[in-house]
Design a protein around this ligand. Structure first.
Ligand SMILES: NC(=O)c1ccc[n+]([C@@H]2O[C@H](COP(=O)([O-])OP(=O)(O)OC[C@H]3O[C@@H](n4cnc5c(N)ncnc54)[C@H](OP(=O)(O)O)[C@@H]3O)[C@@H](O)[C@H]2O)c1
Length: 195
């Protein structure tokens, strides 16, 4: 029996790798899906598979997020589709909506989580010219384990999630140091090393 819907998750870069695992996990958690990537054929195959497996509504949008017109098309969906409750902006690092153009009222109850994966076993590596098999396997996490950890971080309210960092105190210490450093930026003279 299908779970009651948690709304719709729009996932960019959803046709393979990390995005496809997010699609699988979120459908199983009760989200309907809008899957975005360039390959219509891959998106259709995944959508059919996930809707058969989970009973969720899965729609696809073929879009190249390097193409401005396609970015605007996805932006329009995000602006107008009130079913969307979650954006997994997984394809690259570009924002699909300028932050300063967003009405403050519409931004409230929004939560942002930055997921910082280490090396993750996907096609990303072979496409970059160095297959993941060439890396020391002790630093490579499966996409399934990475996404499962990220979703635990999301559920626990984390803003920054580092799935591979075992000692979370190290991140907390880094954050304390980063904030202390930001208090030292203001100075009427440039540092001697820049003179
Ligand atoms: N794997 C890692 O070790 C690792 C580590 C840190 C961060 N990341 C980040 O994680 C994210 C996902 O990477 P991945 O490892 O899952 O890579 P992947 O397996 O190569 O998957 C990339 C996904 O993005 C889609 N895509 C690529 N270019 C696109 C474009 N111009 N417009 C729309 N969709 C596009 C691809 O589908 P189509 O080809 O059909 O468009 C595919 O669904 C990336 O932002 C990457 O920088 C990965």
């Amino acid at each position: 029996m299908a779970l009651s819907s948690k709304g719709t998750a729009l996932i960019t870069g959803a046709s393979s790798g990390i995005g496809a695992v997010y699609a699988d996990r979120l459908a199983r958690q009760g989200y309907d899906l809008i899957l975005v990537a360039r390959s219509q054929a891959k998106l259709n195959a995944l959508a059919n598979h996930l809707s058969n497996e989970t009973g969720r509504v899965v729609e696809v949008v073929a879009a190249d997020l390097k193409d401005k017109a396609d970015v605007l098309r996805v932006e329009a969906i995000l602006r107008s589709d009130a079913r969307i409750t979650l954006l997994v902006n997984n394809a690259g690092v570009g924002a699909v909506m300028p932050l300063l153009a967003s009405p403050v009222d519409d931004m409230e109850g929004i939560r942002i989580q930055a997921v910082l994966p280490g090396a993750t076993a996907t096609d990303f590596w072979s496409e970059a010219g160095n297959p993941v098999e060439n890396l020391p396997q002790e630093i490579v996490m499966s996409a399934e384990d990475m996404v499962d950890a990220a979703l635990v971080g999301l559920a626990s309210g984390e803003v920054v999630t580092l799935p591979g960092l075992h000692d979370g105190d190290q991140w907390d210490a880094y954050e304390v140091q980063r904030q202390a450093l930001s208090g030292l930026f203001g100075n009427s003279t440039a540092a001697p090393r820049y003179r």
